[in-house]
Design a protein around this ligand. Structure first.
Ligand code: ADP
Ligand code: MG
Length: 374
């Protein structure tokens, strides 16, 4: 018999932290991950060490779990096709499919009457300069693969005309791209928002994000933006999740441009790196928010307890720094919370862990943690 048990597709750090929440609260967790030692293996969750499209793996979830969720976007939709009708999937396959394709994602923003940077759909066989001219988009632009991009991967920045031809040369004619206006933004932030099966909405206030080389580097809560921008960001996020009938949580990445306009960048229908600081800094973490929504438990609006920043630790820190000593020093301060994901190999650009820091002085804390980690 099925009881109080959740299935997760993907066993990375997001699954790890979500599983930690569920297990602490008495649920069982099963997760599928084809790699031998994914981060979630270091929890009490059951590791189904098979490919996502292995039907026997999916059957294990169907037979053992009450529902299925996922911790990354690029799950083959055929897996969800197989699961659908046999077990509940939250957030829905429909929302996942929007997030899997940047063109669908942007068109969905437009359908919801939400602004996004100007863009065109593009393929190598077309003339980029002409297409941009037709759409009235001037350089600089960013060219992105429609599918499978993350942490800035699959993106090409084109800042001047001379770079167009060499960039086009790098492209694959079998892949579709979007080309979007590169925004000079004042701020980048995300709204993590949840919606229950009854349509109740809960959200975190926007979290400010600073990226380096297309990868999240630092998150800040509360964000250094005006109150009216916060309110507008939340109301746009509410509109988006209502229009798309979300059940679960979603992170929406947004830009604030130089004209104080909010533009949606992309969505992730799952816990998000920018929400890791909520574990310590809020009354309810993003994992708990998702957990409570999935288990139909009573929810309340999460509140900020303490001003915090989060710094990601990438593989290069382990490769180039005296990492043990530095982590020991950081951990000795009771306002710092170090979380390592137990990944077996440190690679450049790979997310290995993060540190959340309670602070009264955001600017100074950023300078100090950057000196230690970068
Ligand atoms: P990914 O899926 O890799 O996170 P994003 O579209 O979020 O892809 O791009 C990664 C980062 O690159 C963004 O967080 C932002 O800092 C920068 N970026 C992406 N698109 C734009 C844009 N149109 N204008 C300016 N910066 C952008
Ligand atoms: Mg992004």
């Amino acid at each position: 018999m099925k009881k109080n048990s959740i299935g997760i597709l993907g066993g990375g750090q997001l699954c790890q932290m979500l599983a930690e929440y569920f297990i602490k609260n008495g649920s069982e967790v099963y997760f599928i991950d084809p790699s031998a030692n994914p981060p979630a293996k270091f929890t009490k969750a059951v590791h189904i060490n098979k490919n996502y499209d292995d039907l026997s793996a999916l059957d294990e979830l169907i037979n053992n779990c009450d529902l299925v969720t996922y911790e990354f976007e690029n799950i083959p939709l055929e897996c969800l096709d197989y699961l659908e009708g046999k077990i509940n999937i939250f957030p829905s396959k429909q929302i996942l499919s929007i997030s899997q394709n940047r063109l669908n994602e942007k068109n969905n923003f437009i359908k919801c009457e939400i602004k996004t940077p100007d863009f065109i759909s593009f393929n190598k066989k077309n003339n980029l300069e002409k297409e941009l001219e037709k759409a009235g988009i001037e350089l600089p632009v960013i060219l992105k693969t429609n599918t499978l991009g993350y942490d800035g991967k699959g993106q090409y920045h084109i800042n001047k005309k001379e770079k167009i031809a060499e960039t086009i040369n790098l492209l694959d004619k079998n892949i579709d791209y979007i080309v979007e206006k590169k925004i000079q933004f004042q701020k980048e932030f995300s709204v993590i928002i949840g919606r229950t099966s009854k349509g109740e909405i809960y959200h975190f206030d926007p979290i400010e994000n600073i990226h380096k080389n297309g990868i999240l580097d630092i998150s800040i809560s509360p964000p250094r933006i005006q109150n009216n921008t916060k309110k507008e960001a939340i109301s746009l996020a509410k509109k988006f999740v209502e229009r798309n009938n979300l059940i679960g949580i979603i992170a929406i990445e947004m830009f604030l441009d130089l004209n104080d306009q909010i533009l949606f960048n992309e969505i992730a229908p799952r816990p998000h790196n920018s929400g890791h600081l909520t574990i310590e800094s809020h009354t309810i973490s993003q994992f708990e928010m998702l957990g409570r929504i999935l288990s139909n438990k009573k929810m309340e609006q999460p509140k900020l307890i303490k001003t915090s920043i989060m710094k990601n630790i990438l593989g290069e820190f382990f490769i180039t720094k005296d990492h043990k000593k530095i982590i020991e020093k950081i951990s000795s301060n009771q306002d710092n919370f170090v979380k390592m994901y137990n990944k077996d190999e440190a690679k450049i650009g790979r997310k290995m862990g993060h540190i959340t820091i309670f602070t009264e002085d955001i600017e100074n804390s950023i300078v100090k943690i950057n000196e230690l980690i970068d």
